[in-house]
Write a protein of this length. Structure first.
Length: 226
């Protein structure tokens, strides 16, 4: 199974969650996170001071993120993991999906950003109950690529327009049209993805995403990629 430290570190980087914001997310679960412990579980395995992130800690962080993004549901308090309970990759995917309000198409699109293709049927199997005949255990690759896709979506896909793109946008507003097949048309046009085993061809238009925002700027520890 993928190290929980990696999951915590990558999702914090993808969503630009600094130490102050991370601690506030844990507080939503009535957990007082110690800053030194937080720094230790953010380290990589070969770094001095590294401590493994326990299943319970990662589960509380993801549940707190759900509350932060979607609010606390009355009478539906998240179940805290017991000392011997484990957080599966499937549960990690499910919690991220809820926290980010992702639909099937959203998850497929985010995975595609990391060059990872998954059909709607394959995705559905990951969210079945373990005793369901169509249930499929999620491998580390799915979690890793979802997090990588989120990094691209929220941190790398917000580049400013080039002068050529600005000129094309102005021309379009003025009623001008670009010739079919020109480089301008190719830059401005939507990217069509043909997803295998997912029915008809779907058109996914890359556009500037709404970056997950927090009140404080990321710390230096989050400025280097996962």
């Amino acid at each position: 199974m993928m190290f929980h430290n990696d999951v915590l570190r990558r999702i914090r980087y993808a969503l630009a969650i600094n130490d102050t914001a991370a601690i506030s997310i844990f507080k939503l679960m009535d957990y007082e996170m110690d800053i030194d412990y937080l720094h230790s579980i953010m380290k990589k395995e070969d770094e001095e001071g590294y401590l493994p992130c326990r299943d319970k800690i990662l589960a509380m962080f993801l549940d707190g993120l759900i509350i932060k993004n979607r609010g606390k549901q009355e009478g539906q308090a998240p179940k805290e993991l017991g000392p011997k309970e484990r957080l599966s990759n499937n549960e990690i995917l499910r919690k991220i999906r809820i926290a980010m309000s992702y639909k099937d198409e959203d998850m497929i699109a985010v995975l595609y950003m990391a060059d990872f293709r998954l059909s709607k049927g394959e995705l559905s199997a990951l969210f079945r109950k373990p005793d369901h005949r169509n249930y499929k255990a999620a491998g580390d690759q799915v979690v890793r690529n979802l997090l990588q896709g989120m990094v691209i979506k929220y941190r790398q896909n917000t580049k400013p327009r080039t002068s050529n793109q600005n000129a094309f946008a102005s021309k379009s507003k003025g009623g001008g049209t670009a010739k079919s097949g020109s480089s301008e048309t190719q830059k401005a046009g939507p990217k069509t993805l043909n997803l295998k085993n997912s029915g008809a061809k779907k058109q996914i238009v890359k556009k500037k995403s709404n970056t997950y925002r927090v009140d404080n700027k990321p710390t230096d520890s989050l400025r280097s990629k996962g």
